[in-house]
Design a binder for this molecule. Sequence first.
Ligand SMILES: *Cc1c(COP(=O)(O)O)cnc(C)c1O
Length: 352
Amino acid sequence: MKKFWSPMVRELEPYTPGEQPKVQNLVKLNTNENPYPPSPKVVNAVEQVLQHQADALRLYPDPDASVLKQAIAKQQQVDVSHVFVGNGSDEVLAHIFKAFFIQDAPILSPDISYSFYPVYSQFFEIKTQKIALNENFEIEPQDYAVPNGGVIIANPNAPTSIALSLDKIEEILKLNPDRIVVIDEAYVDFGAESAVSLVSRYENLVVCQTTSKSRSLAGLRVGFAIAQPHLIEALETVKNSFNSYPLDRFAIAAAVASFEDEAYFKAQCEKVIASREKLVKQLQEIGFNVLPSKANFIFVTHPQRDAGDLAQKLRDVGIIVRYFNKPRINQFLRITIGTDEQNQALVDFLRK
Ligand SMILES: *Cc1c(COP(=O)(O)O)cnc(C)c1O
């Protein structure tokens, strides 16, 4: 019964998160989590909070998460005034939509992209114009030369896994000097070029990243944005009108430790990339077409096998991948890169 609901909520179609199954022993390749644990220094940092600051848990955390902003600024080589943090990049993106995209003209986004964007558009009553990817599932910068209220692109794109070069991102920025261009870099650490290096030159650029994938911290919910201070100020205004303490003490301590352990981070990313290249080869050998991936997942299709059917058969043997029953991509599977053992289990089954 929706009688008591706000009228606009009656119409909302919420995002469907990838399944988080309750049963053990599944080969879980469906939500692009990292197959490896976070740095031991992260675990230690959380233990330190419990051991030495347990009393502080009765106190609110730093509303500004300053130590975390400083750690991110150092790692990203920007001034701390260019950093915004939030409870996962999904929350950062929500604030971005609210802060910049409530405009008269529709925002632009690829027809195939992260499925949270249309949910925020509906939530904040923002019009969206979908721009079709080309036949190779690539973004064509010239297509973003139409009147708009802002642009949002995931790079690498999800679920296609394809990366856009910095030149092309710059083309889109130059085509839209009076509009905000958001680059969602949830997967950038697995081989794409980050647009953070462009932030000082483009007053209209917002780059969003997360610790959920490349830093193995999906369970702690820490995301961030990098942009010029005049844009960070808008995000802080929205955040402080919604939830002033979005990051708890554990999340702050853990994320700081992660940004301080660059060696571990780089090694884990390289491990995932090596596993990806191996898995791509194996799947190609058994007839799959694999889009060129710069992410920790791949997007694959087989000319003789129905993707929905394959997803179900994999599920029956305890291997879960993501299937989207949507136009243009309903013959594709999105497969998260697991450990080499998990990937091998997938290949062994598909080979049969
Ligand atoms: C996973 C993902 C996010 C959200 O990440 P969180 O920080 O865990 O909220 C944002 N954008 C894209 C494209 C993603 O795939």
